[in-house]
Design a protein around this ligand. Structure first.
Ligand SMILES: *[C@@H]1O[C@H](CO)[C@@H](O)[C@H](O)[C@H]1NC(C)=O
Ligand SMILES: *[C@@H]1O[C@H](CO)[C@@H](O)[C@H](O)[C@H]1NC(C)=O
Ligand SMILES: *[C@@H]1O[C@H](CO)[C@@H](O)[C@H](O)[C@H]1NC(C)=O
Ligand SMILES: *[C@@H]1O[C@H](CO)[C@@H](O)[C@H](O)[C@H]1NC(C)=O
Ligand SMILES: *[C@@H]1O[C@H](CO)[C@@H](O)[C@H](O)[C@H]1NC(C)=O
Ligand SMILES: *[C@@H]1O[C@H](CO)[C@@H](O)[C@H](O)[C@H]1NC(C)=O
Length: 447
């Protein structure tokens, strides 16, 4: 009756630019009968981006090769396969304009989708869309003509109708998002998606993942008994939930929220597969990295980064309801290359960062892939009769995949392994908080 609709996700690597695909708001049931997974194996993509600024300037320490890890899946739009970012932080589908995709019709309605990083602008068009064994005969999407700071071929937004810029601009129910269409066309499909984002053997990079519609990945079926964290606040149109704790080395960090209506001592967290890292309040960043011996906080008008000794770790966990979800210490820092006086070194930067533009709307914590790799997550769309429109009964469930003691034990070995491929570590005792170094160099403001 119900087939497995599993889409394997692959890793796209590029440099310097990090993805943050939470949307910024400015105002044929083709299930074949297979009982095994319908997996699609994709290749990892590596996009090289040169950091031009600072090149040939001996006094600038240039940071390069910060990996941009994005989970992407193959989605067929108008008969053409696109590799799209799987994004729980937005609701719309867009693809880069491509002559090979057969578009059913194009409208004159223009939409400029703006994300935490980057934007995609174009007209609303309609075409058949299929992925993971599902097919939508007529799906609205943005046929992007102008794309800014976005790698790849587009985004598959998995959010609610209420966050859809396309539906709002088209003023037409037929322009609703992909998941709403899938659930309306397949009334017997339970209205949830499950997401498993993988980490590679050496623990540093990602190794694809699995998304399923209406059923749990058998490996993580225990998640069905996990508590349901209701989507909060009640007015939200996002996959945000209330976070009740953040613990660093056994000390709890006092949460407060800038989102109206949040309970005292709690904060609102967006669970966003389209964001590589995490953007959290400045004080929370400080709480995580300041206890680490030898960590240097470089803060000036151009940047706000913690340079952390690569081999150090901390015990960080996030609490939802009364359950704690530990973070693998591999996720706390990310090794990047620094060029200083023509020589290459490795530095490890904080992966939990202060918000991109100083503040975030609708949320206090934006938890991207570095959080999601620690859990199996289920996004329940609620039980209303209008699929994809019901944040009142919608919820998120997690099943922890990180065994705190084990990851702590394995960290040293995994990190050493991952650093093998990198240049030697930069001596952080030479680095000053204003970004200058004892050698007379200065950090490239590019970062
Ligand atoms: C090198 O960088 C320094 C510091 O930002 C800047 O003052 C200087 O003008 C740069 N030199 C060149 C040749 O670009
Ligand atoms: C960046 O990574 C590429 C491929 O991994 C490598 O060839 C290149 O040397 C690296 N650049 C720096 C500055 O580390
Ligand atoms: C395009 O297709 C959609 C969905 O079938 C329909 O609602 C819309 O009216 C069509 N637009 C035009 C201009 O034909
Ligand atoms: C879309 O909006 C973004 C952010 O405001 C802007 O940077 C970009 O230039 C806009 N794109 C177009 C085509 O207007
Ligand atoms: C819908 O969900 C709410 C909250 O979980 C629950 O109280 C209600 O009974 C559900 N209704 C149906 C028809 O399942
Ligand atoms: C982190 O937890 C491990 C046990 O899982 C413990 O051995 C270690 O001392 C803790 N580290 C810190 C900094 O609290």
């Amino acid at each position: 009756m119900f087939s497995s609709n599993f889409v394997a996700l692959a890793l796209a690597l590029s440099n310097v630019l990090l993805a943050s695909n939470a949307l910024v708001i400015r105002r044929d049931d083709d299930n074949s009968d297979s009982s095994s997974f319908e997996g699609f194996a994709f290749q990892a993509q590596v996009t090289q981006k040169e950091n031009k600024q600072g090149a040939n300037n001996d006094s600038l320490m240039t940071i390069t090769n910060e990996s941009n890890m994005e989970y992407v899946g193959k989605v067929n739009v108008g008969g053409h396969d696109f590799t799209l970012t799987i994004d729980t932080g937005s609701s719309d589908l867009w693809v880069t304009n491509n002559q090979k995709a057969k578009i059913t019709n194009t409208t004159s309605t223009n939409v400029n989708l703006t994300y935490g990083i980057g934007s995609a602008d174009g007209n609303i068009a309609y075409a058949p869309v299929s992925f993971g064994g599902y097919r939508i005969d007529s799906q609205a999407f943005v046929n992007a003509q102008k794309v800014v700071d976005q790698d790849g071929q587009g985004i598959l937004g998995l959010g609610f109708i209420g966050l859809s810029e396309i539906e709002q601009a088209a003023k037409d129910k037929k322009a609703q998002p992909v998941m709403a269409n899938i659930f309306s066309q397949n009334p017997s499909t339970p209205m949830f998606i499950g997401l498993a984002l993988e980490r590679s053997q050496d623990g540093e990079d990602t190794a694809g993942g699995v998304i399923s519609v209406g059923e749990y990945d058998p490996q993580f079926s225990k998640v069905s008994g996990s508590p349901k964290y209701p989507v909060q606040p009640t007015s939200t149109s996002r996959w945000t939930i209330s976070m009740s704790g953040l613990s660093v080395n056994g000390n709890s960090f006092a949460l407060k929220s800038s989102v109206q209506g949040t309970k005292k001592g709690e904060a609102i967290a967006l669970i966003d597969s389209g964001t590589s890292l995490a953007y959290i309040p400045e004080e929370a960043v400080e709480a995580i990295y300041s206890p680490i011996d030898g960590a240097v906080h470089v803060k000036n008008k151009d940047q706000d980064s913690w340079f952390v000794p690569c081999m150090s770790q901390a015990n960080v966990s996030f609490t939802f309801g009364s359950d704690s979800y530990p973070i693998n210490p591999m996720e706390l820092t990310t090794p990047v290359t620094i060029t200083d006086g023509g020589k290459q070194y490795t530095v490890c930067l904080n992966a939990f960062r202060a918000p991109l533009n100083g503040k975030q709307v609708d949320m206090d914590f934006l938890l991207g892939d570095i959080f999601m790799r620690n859990v199996y997550s289920v996004f329940n769309f609620g039980n209303s009769t209008t699929p994809g429109d019901d944040t009142k009964t919608a919820s998120i469930q997690f099943l922890s995949r990180t065994n705190k003691d084990q990851v702590y034990q394995n960290f040293e070995e995994h990190r050493k392994e991952s650093l093998k491929a990198h240049p030697p570590q930069f001596d952080l005792t030479k680095l000053h908080t204003d970004g200058s170094s004892d050698d007379g160099g200065h950090l490239d403001p590019q970062l």
